[in-house]
Design a protein around this ligand. Structure first.
Ligand SMILES: Nc1ncnc2c1ncn2[C@@H]1O[C@H](COP(=O)(O)OP(=O)(O)OP(=O)(O)O)[C@@H](O)[C@H]1O
Length: 534
């Protein structure tokens, strides 16, 4: 790239480097063009540079890249599978007139992009994926600014497809890897629809909630509400948290003051619905996060009771794991549901390396202490998953006593205040180890955690997929160390399948166990003997 400024006059290597370093990376780093100045042929900002390959004025490296991709796709009509669609190469341009009509990908480009990113769509006509948040014409400008301020430069694959589909009013069942950005993929359309509604319909009477998000745990609700507040800042968009453990009076007061979004757990919402006057007749979007868990026995009746209290809302359902039964149930709840999935269904996040260690129950604690005291193997901060509340407290104490390291436990029996404090100390880096039950297994975004130790395997492979998913966010690499023995025999067949599909080493004892051999044709076609893990 050449610079419209006289780069060539720079006399020393350092000066040249300085100039080169000054080249604007992105279009948004460049200023607007003043009258008479060259304009970038891509975005219209100040065309500070001349593209050395086309001689066009451009503002930044980003627009140069876009320009070159366009030239390639304009001049060389490649067959669809050879279209230059790398993440850097497809570009969705903001509307030329800046009045709101966004330019979208052609059908062919959408298909190529979906194929490349493993985005699968099943159901009614769905808008194509977006490549930038700003190409969604319906998003309020302030929301786009908030998204940028959160550091979200580009949508993740699930966001690319789910956001435009949700904005078009479709009912969705969405599945994508743990840590792939599903939360923002429902919050962005929720915030957009709520804020636009309020901007267009100034209420003469009391504001009633317009959207509701249900999740299975208080921690997850807190996290979702925090993210909603962050993304909805400066918009007519207020939230209320409705979870057990916090005083109900405060929650009711907040709702009665007028909120757009309620984020809650089903139990507390039912309390509120049955004992108090929460008017849900304006609620137009209903989100079920961790939908497979929400439609299991225990939650299902409560969820359905809440759903029936709503006036036919748009329904958005999300999880990293969705079984055929859940698909069936959701289809019976709502008609015309669109299924969006990214990657392979129900598989662990590829970025998490699974290391299985076969260890008898009575030796498990010692094995855990060995790992925690090993500089080579322990990567703090780490979560240790156990199967019971008492087990969490006892193990956390034992870790403190034996290793001398700080450790805290978290589970559903602890008061909300204490759970908040435990999370805070962990997230602030004051405590390197947290021992948790499944309460922290799903949905929680534990930034900075790259290691999960599954001390007790959970009851289902789905929960296992969610738990080990805590070790990676947005594809960053993490490790899950999993202690396994004959007591987990019920999971062996599915566990072996999961490990095989992830390319993980499988302990000899697990391969040779009669519980595995009885169910999985391991020695059939495609079986490859692996070395003993760890
Ligand atoms: N477009 C984006 N760009 C950068 N970071 C993002 C983007 N979208 C989301 N994130 C961040 O990625 C992390 C993971 O997102 P999120 O918690 O929504 O994942 P998830 O798919 O809901 O995971 P889980 O299935 O575990 O609940 C979060 O820290 C979130 O802030």
């Amino acid at each position: 790239m050449e610079d419209n400024q006289p780069v060539a006059v720079a006399s020393s290597g350092d000066e040249i480097n300085d100039v080169v370093n000054d080249v604007k990376e992105r279009s948004r780093d460049q200023r607007e063009a003043l009258s008479g100045e060259p304009k970038c042929v891509i975005c219209g900002r100040y065309g500070e540079y001349i593209c050395d390959e086309t001689d066009d004025d451009i503002c930044s490296l980003e627009c140069k890249q876009t320009l070159l991709c366009r030239v390639v796709s304009d001049n060389t009509p490649l067959p669809p599978e050879r279209l230059p669609v790398t993440d850097e190469c497809i570009y969705v341009r903001d509307s030329d007139d800046k009045l709101g009509s966004s330019q979208s990908l052609s059908n062919d480009q959408s298909e190529v992009l979906r194929r490349k990113l493993e985005i699968h769509v099943k159901g009614d006509v769905v808008p194509g994926p977006i490549l930038s948040f700003s190409s969604c014409s319906r998003l309020p400008q302030r929301l786009i600014q908030n998204i940028e301020a959160a550091g979200y430069d580009m949508p993740t694959p699930v966001q690319m497809q789910a956001i435009p589909a949700a904005l078009s009013g479709k009912n969705l069942l969405v599945s994508a890897d743990t840590g792939s950005g599903k939360t923002a993929s429902f919050l962005v359309p929720v915030i957009s629809r709520c804020a636009n509604f309020r901007l267009q319909h100034l209420p003469n009477e009391k504001k009633k909630p317009l959207a509701m998000v249900l999740t299975p745990t208080r921690e997850l609700c807190i996290q979702v509400e925090d993210q909603a507040k962050l993304l909805g800042k400066g918009l007519p968009f207020k939230t209320a948290l409705v979870v057990g453990g916090d005083a109900m009076a405060g929650q009711i007061y907040r709702i009665q003051q007028g909120v757009e979004l309620i984020v809650g757990t089903p139990g507390r919402l039912i309390d509120l619905l049955t004992k108090h006057d929460v008017e849900l007749d304006d609620t137009m979007i209903f989100v079920l996060d961790e939908v497979d868990c929400m439609l299991q026995r225990g939650f299902r009746d409560q969820v359905m009771q809440i759903f029936r209290a709503l006036p036919q809302p748009q329904i958005l359902m999300y999880s990293a794991t969705i079984s055929p039964e859940v698909e069936k149930m959701t289809s019976s709840m709502v008609k015309d549901i669109v299924h969006v999935s990214v990657g392979k269904l129900n598989k662990p996040n590829k970025a998490v390396k699974q290391i299985l260690i076969w260890v008898e129950s009575k030796k498990k604690k010692q094995k855990l202490f060995d790992i925690l005291m090993s500089k080579q193997h322990f990567v703090p901060p780490a979560i240790v998953y156990v199967g019971s509340r008492l087990g969490a407290d006892l193990l956390s104490n034992a870790i403190k006593v034996t290793t001398g390291m700080k450790s805290l436990s978290i589970h559903g029996e602890k008061p909300m205040k204490e759970r908040r404090e435990v999370m805070k100390s962990f997230l602030m880096g004051e405590v390197p180890i947290i021992v948790a039950t499944g309460v922290l297994g799903r949905g929680i975004d534990l930034l900075g955690v790259r290691q999960v130790i599954v001390f007790d395997l959970p009851n289902s492979i789905k929960e296992y997929v969610h738990q080990i998913g805590r070790a990676s966010r947005l594809g960053e690499e993490g490790t899950a160390i999993v202690l396994v023995n004959e007591e987990n025999k019920n999971l062996f067949p599915e566990l072996v399948e999961i490990l095989k599909s992830s390319g993980a080493a499988i302990p000899r004892e697990l391969v040779n166990s009669r519980y595995t051999l009885a169910s999985v044709p391991l020695r059939g076609k495609g079986y490859k003997k692996r070395k003993h893990g760890c």
